[in-house]
Design a protein. Structure first.
Length: 130
C-alpha cells in the first residue's frame, strides 16, 4: 500500500524546500512529500496521484502566477472534497481567505513567515479530523 501524500504548492523553490523539510522533520517517512511550483502543476500532480496514492493535505501559497491559491484550493475541493486544505500567504488578502473558507472549505490560513510549530499543529489537527 502506498503512503499518503502531502502536496506543497508555492512558486518559490526555497519555500517549497522549507515546507518539505519542516514536514519531514516532524512526520518522518509517514508520508510522501510532493512539491509543485504552480497551481496548474499541482492539479496535474493531483490527477496523477489520486490513481496511485491518496493526497490527504494540500498546502498552497496564495499569491502565485497563474492560478492563485484560493482558486487552486476551490478546484481541489470541487474534485477532492476530503483533502485538507491549508493556505499560506504573505499578503493579508482577507477577501481571498474568506472566499477560500467558504468555497474551498479551507482548513486554515497561515501567514508568512509561519512558525514550523504552527504548520505542524495545523496539519496534525487537520489529519485528526479525517
Amino acid at each position: 500500500m502506498n503512503k499518503p501524500v502531502i502536496l506543497c504548492v508555492d512558486d518559490e523553490p526555497d519555500i517549497l524546500n522549507t515546507l518539505k523539510m519542516q514536514l519531514k522533520n516532524e512526520f518522518k517517512n509517514d508520508y510522501f512529500y510532493e512539491l509543485a511550483e504552480s497551481g496548474d502543476e499541482a492539479l496535474d500532480l493531483l490527477e496523477d496521484f489520486q490513481e496511485e496514492a491518496q493526497v490527504i493535505v494540500v498546502v498552497s501559497d496564495w499569491l502565485m502566477p497563474g492560478i492563485k491559491g484560493d482558486e487552486l484550493l476551490i478546484k481541489v475541493h470541487q474534485k477532492y472534497p476530503k483533502i485538507i486544505k491549508v493556505m499560506l500567504t504573505g499578503q493579508a488578502d482577507a477577501a481571498a481567505v474568506q472566499r477560500a473558507v467558504e468555497e474551498a472549505d479551507l482548513y486554515c490560513c497561515l501567514y508568512k513567515p509561519w512558525q514550523s510549530k504552527d504548520l505542524i499543529e495545523t496539519i496534525k489537527s487537520g489529519l485528526a479530523k479525517l
